[in-house]
Ligand binder design. Sequence first.
Ligand code: NAP
Length: 209
Amino acid sequence: MAATIGIVGSGAVGRALAAHIVASGQDVVLCNSRGPATLEPVVEELGPQVSALEISAVAAADLVVFAIPWPAVVPLLEELPPWHGRILVDATAPASHFRQPGRYELGGLTTSEVVQASAAGARVVKTFCTLPASVLALPPANEAGRRVMFLSGDDEDARAAVGALIDDIGYAAVDLGSLSTGSALQQPDGPLAAGTYDSLLTVSVNRTV
Ligand SMILES: NC(=O)c1ccc[n+]([C@@H]2O[C@H](COP(=O)([O-])OP(=O)(O)OC[C@H]3O[C@@H](n4cnc5c(N)ncnc54)[C@H](OP(=O)(O)O)[C@@H]3O)[C@@H](O)[C@H]2O)c1
């Protein structure tokens, strides 16, 4: 189990993930673009295992989830210091709204490939982006089993660590392998995004894969 998890972005996705992570017994530090004081109501709602900090402090965690709008990602990465092997979990999508038509043009790359190129020394893992925030906010597991959560990344140990986090919080982690292949599958208009593959909204498995 990882130490305190950093989540950059306290919107629909960041808050849903924070709630699951604290429910699994781990601490979370959160930030937004406007400073920790603006997150007091969010911290109060999520409970004592959650703290709001400045972006630089949140991004210094050993495992940092990026859950911010795509246009903010690369500018922020350019401001942050080198990652020195820390894990950057990319939950972003190259679209203004989940599953809406229209997307940011990335020259044929996935967001995670752009993130990897912009985050010196980070071990990037793509996940938490195939379900809409409304589904992410639901309990990851129910009486039928665990909801599937895909992940991909080029570093095997980082994929294992993020897979363990995914399993800890109640999903069934499904490892898709490399960033280029797995991240393309997870794009909002890719074959594994809920909606293009409707059963993923409800599919559950009873074991960790
Ligand atoms: N919504 C979905 O269904 C869904 C599903 C999967 C993936 N995604 C992807 O996940 C990401 C987050 O989506 P969301 O729906 O959670 O968005 P959201 O509700 O609009 O929240 C965005 C959060 O990012 C923060 N933020 C923006 N710019 C920032 C910066 N430069 N530094 C730090 N924090 C910053 C915002 O803070 P302020 O309020 O201070 O600006 C806000 O807390 C997006 O890339 C989206 O495409 C969304």
